[in-house]
Design a protein around this ligand. Sequence first.
Ligand SMILES: Cc1ncc(COP(=O)(O)O)c(C=O)c1O
Length: 405
Amino acid sequence: MDLSPHHKTTYPSMVKERSRRTVYFDNTATSFPKPDSVVEALTNYVVNIGANPGRSGHSLAIEAGGILFNTRRELASMFGVKNPMRVVFGFNATDSLNTAIKGFVHKGDHVITTAMEHNSTIRPLKQLEEEGIISLSIASADKNGLVDTGEIEKLIKETTTLVVVNHVSNVNGAVQDIKKTGEICRKHNLTLLVDGAQSAGYLPVDLKENNIDIYAFTGHKGLYGTQGTGGLIFNDNFDYKRIKPLRAGGTGSRSADIVQPDFLPDIFESGTLNMGGITALLAGIRFIKEKGVDNILTHEQQLADHFTERASKEIKGFKTFGYSPGNAGIVSFQIEGISVSEIAGELSENYNIMCRHGLHCAPLTHRSLGSFPEGTVRFGFGIFNTIEEVDLAVEALVKIEKEQA
Ligand SMILES: Cc1ncc(COP(=O)(O)O)c(C=O)c1O
């Protein structure tokens, strides 16, 4: 076996020959396939670099450090933040949201969130409420999944410190009015934490313009990296020391100190980072920057529009939940008389079309949309999907409906 660090990668030989074409509409869970540049970057890191950044002084560690810094720089510039050190890496959005929420609150705080949250925010918040640390108010959403920012303002109390809002729904792509929410938070001196798991890479987002104090992102969805990366981005004006790190340990910096460093990003980055994932993420970000986030959004919205239009005309009993052409490219639907698990199962088994069904880790959202407890079938479109694939899916659904009738 050639163990030299410069041997040629063999990954193309691993590409599975599929007997039929696979249509992947589960990009909301995780984007797939990844751009070639992402695969190449990840492979290059594993094959040619491999080292930990910020620990050793050798050239491979320095190269890894350069990739890490460039990834922070790309993310900071993408989200309107000047200082790249304000980008801190975690393992995914959930991990980072836990740090932001649990590290921020104090006993007696009142927190406001919304009925459109993913379990990644609602569960840590409910945990804190059950432990008697915080009190929690949940602003409702209408049947399209939109939260009235006026209700958020009405829920503010003297003890309110934090507002947590999911930017884009992972169930139907509904986009919340973050600008207005940010204005309300500024006016009342509250911290705004935005769950950007479904907006990072899908919509242009500027933390400064929208008064977002803390933005949680994930690397494996709209940013087209691989699983196991995500993090927090702090607004240049936000005092990050208001958040207590949940972890402590080796950072590579100030090794003589037995206390956790108090500076960014090290304060929140204990332990070895997922450098393969971060290298892939850098390639993913550059890929979407080159394509243009606006263009990607338009493409995915066109697919969602086309699907909804055709399916509404051609499939008996087809019903969407809060679909609107202004949503990010995600459509949630049911077909009368057929369970969502049957639809998704048939699509996968007989048509090679991959999607997710059920409650999508967002039970409150389904209650708002009127699709609880059954849930929906969800099509989450990505940059590589095409109109032809959407047509295949409509035709498959027409057949499934007819077979069940
Ligand atoms: C709105 C929303 N928030 C948070 C998450 C959690 O992201 P991660 O899988 O990176 O922890 C998801 C993932 O589906 C999501 O859709």
